[in-house]
Design a protein around this ligand. Sequence first.
Ligand code: GSY
Length: 175
Amino acid sequence: MDNTAFIALGSNMGDRFEFLKKAVHLLSEHHDIRLVNSSSIYETDPVGYEDQDLFLNMVVKVTTNLSAEHLLDTCLQMELDLGRKREMKWGPRTIDLDILLYNQENIETEKLITPHPRMAERAFVIIPLLEIEKDIIIQGMEKPLHFYLSNIPDKEGVRIWKRKNGEGVFAPTES
Ligand code: GSY
């Protein structure tokens, strides 16, 4: 599997944990995707449209034979397979799979932009991403991502909910 991608997962409708688990399972089962690592699960205050339920968020690292475009189509299909519901653009959703990074590529198509344009402002993305890739460098940024953590708003809105490999246990992969 030649390409490395990071995918953010989020849910704030229905059985949030079940949606995340099923999405991780679908990724790990796909014959062109290998799940390399996954973060703990965080409960997070909604960002943007705030009058909605708390999210569960996490990030996974995968390697894949799929092109970025095909990986995107695969993620969108997984959302549909999981019965994705989303009534409004920034509103509640059963499951979201957002490609954050695809190799070190700057992709700009109608359907996909990498690095994800809003990832650097979102503590609910950065905190789980740094958990699994603490020295990650994002193209276009001068310093490794962790340098920016102190400037990111809403950090207190991101709380560990199920620790990877902790009691409970949510442990799809080891790092
Ligand atoms: O883009 C992801 C959907 N989303 C989220 C999310 O996943 N987590 C939190 N905490 N807030 C969000 N606002 C939106 S839109």
